[in-house]
Design a protein around this ligand. Structure first.
Ligand code: AMP
Length: 282
């Protein structure tokens, strides 16, 4: 595995890999867990070479968010990726990604609105900008993202279509199902911030979501199923529920009940200082 931190060596390393076969990209912010490694394994099934980026992207963190305390474990991450057979690890510094005169932003209207876009202003602009740069820097044949960040996946798919990003396959942006702990909590680098009590309480998210999904399937209106979900989270110890919403799985249009095509339940809630997100299909 080659670890690269500057653009010129990146370009030559990528050219050499592409001469040998297709390259799949897995963008991450590091502090890798089994969710990230699942993306890497899926990538390896689909391409001759896997490139992983680790970049804690300052532009997708709001002013009062956890950029400074976001976990950084480069040595451990690198060992995991090497063992997983990754060919190239791209670890740019913030000033390589964003030189002082950097001026461009990618704004994806519509799918960026609401949900995490409302709770984290500017977040998806930061995500779309950095992912657009990563696609241009590496020019992968395909790229893999977790369904854990469902709205992010929708934003990236929209951006890739709208900007004719040159990923050769029509379905070059691949969504990988959420990897969960035994009690259902979605794996996240932010789970490391939870105290043992908060970690136990956090399992209320998938549990309350399953309850709401059962209620929706039994004919409940979204409003009552979602109110029930929010009160279950509050009783479990969550201080704030940023959102609990039923949306069209693809357009992210709000739904009032199920039955009008593929639907997705999406939740974000805060416990202590940690914000957790999850989503499930119906
Ligand atoms: P992050 O490092 O949090 O930016 O995540 C990098 C990629 O891993 C994103 O595409 C995430 O959606 C994906 N990911 C994170 N957690 C999980 C999980 N529990 N299951 C599947 N994919 C995940």
């Amino acid at each position: 595995m080659q670890t690269i931190t500057q653009l010129d060596p990146l370009r030559s390393a990528v050219a050499a890999l592409k001469a040998d076969g297709p390259v799949a990209l897995v963008p991450t912010m590091g502090a890798l867990h089994e969710g990230h490694l699942t993306l890497v394994r899926e990538a390896a099934k689909r391409a001759a070479h896997v490139a992983v980026s680790i970049f804690v992207n300052p532009r997708q963190f709001g002013a009062n968010e956890d950029l400074d305390k976001y976990p950084r474990h480069l040595a451990a991450d690198s060992a995991l990726l090497e063992a997983a057979g990754v060919s190239l690890l791209w670890v740019p510094d913030a000033n390589v990604m964003y030189p002082p005169d950097f001026a461009t932003k990618v704004l994806v209207d519509g799918v960026s609105d609401g949900l995490c876009g409302a709770a984290r202003l500017g977040h998806f602009e930061g995500v779309a900008t950095v992912v657009c740069k990563l696609f241009n820097q590496i020019g992968p044949e395909l790229a893999l993202f977790g369904e854990k960040d469902w709205q992010q996946l929708a934003v990236i798919r929209r951006m890739a279509r709208d900007l004719d990003l040159t990923l050769p396959h029509a379905d070059a942006i691949i969504g990988v199902p959420i990897v969960r702990e035994a009690d259902g909590l979605a794996l996240s680098s932010r789970n490391a911030f939870l105290t043992p009590e908060q970690r136990q309480a956090a399992a209320a998210i998938p549990r309350a979501m399953q309850t709401a999904i059962a209620a929706l399937h039994a004919g409940s209106a979204a409003s009552s199923a979602l109110t029930g979900l929010q009160s279950e989270l509050r009783s479990a110890g969550f201080s704030t529920v940023d959102y609990a919403e039923l949306r069209d799985a693809e357009t992210l249009r709000p739904l009032t009940e199920i039955g009008e095509g593929p639907a997705r339940l999406l939740v974000a809630a805060r416990i202590g200082t940690t914000r957790l997100i999850d989503n499930m299909p119906l």
